[in-house]
Design a protein around this ligand. Sequence first.
Ligand SMILES: C[S@@+](CC[C@H](N)C(=O)[O-])C[C@H]1O[C@@H](n2cnc3c(N)ncnc32)[C@H](O)[C@@H]1O
Length: 350
Amino acid sequence: MFHLSSRRYTGAKTKLLNNIDLVILKHFDYTKHKGLSFFDVFAGTGVVSEFFTKKPEFRHFIINDFLYANYVIYQGFFSQKSFSYKKLQAYCKEYQSLNPKQIKENYYSKHFGDKFFSHNDSKLIGEIRENLDLLLGKKHINQKEFTLLLASLLYSADRVANTVGHYDAYRKNIILQDRFKFTLIEPLKSKAEIEIFREDSNALAKRLREEQRNIDIAFIDPPYNSRQYSRFYHLLENLSQNKKPKLYGVALKPEPENLSRYCKIEAKEAFRDLIENLSKIAKILVVTYNNTYGANARSNARLNDKEIKNILESIGKTSLYEFKFKAFSSGKTDFKNHKERIFICQTLIK
Ligand SMILES: C[S@@+](CC[C@H](N)C(=O)[O-])C[C@H]1O[C@@H](n2cnc3c(N)ncnc32)[C@H](O)[C@@H]1O
């Protein structure tokens, strides 16, 4: 079974969770409180939210990311709507017994076969994806069961993908083995209230401010450099939506969508606007940011420490912590002096 963290994802904070916790505890002893709320503003894999759902003091979560695949994955893992596990196991068995030789070519095998997956594996992926839409359309499965199965397909496909961790490129000149095995995810059980969004973080923060929400901790982990997540993970975006768009280039990407301002020169403005809105609804802002400066300009951080600190200090008392961290690298780039930074800011809200 797949856990939420059994996924390769650029910038995932899986290895930083205990440090994040320590920094928060240093400024806010949440163990003395009850019914706390946590807003994961750029949730990515969702591992940070998952970590805090295991703390009984936290009873309300807002989990957001603008990628389709991440949204499906949060619904699959976090949503507490009812589902029949027996039914899911039956579909899992059925999908595991599919024979690719008896499956017709499909969009996924035509485009991705012998590139991102073996030809047979991509046929299976396409066949299962179609079947999921069919099952939902015929109401054989409910929305929770659909997202649980679709998240399982995303994890199963990602596990065998011929990539270096993202879908910007696939390895060439190798013979791809048939390795795909449909495997279910293990959904999380929680008594907390969990709201899931697929929105632009700035737009969501503005709306939550208008709704006068009360948030205890907002965790802010934006992209650091010019590399767009929607381009890195285009194949999972494509598979989640199943709209079969026209594809371009060697990496077979669709037309761009969900391009983040945090990867562009306006990153500073976007960050300022976000912090301004969050400072009106959240007591504590925790910001993580990488200071990667590599040989490749595209990997350089969009905001520097001073800019982040100035923006945060304009709304409350801010401290900075640094931890040595192994940076994400596709192999060729050597990130020197890589440190993960955690800023923590106490706003004026009591
Ligand atoms: C550094 S990653 C977050 C990693 C996450 N904390 C984890 O541990 O997995 C940044 C995330 O922000 C998302 N993102 C980028 N710009 C966004 C925006 N404007 N609105 C919402 N999400 C955005 C990306 O899709 C990506 O998943």
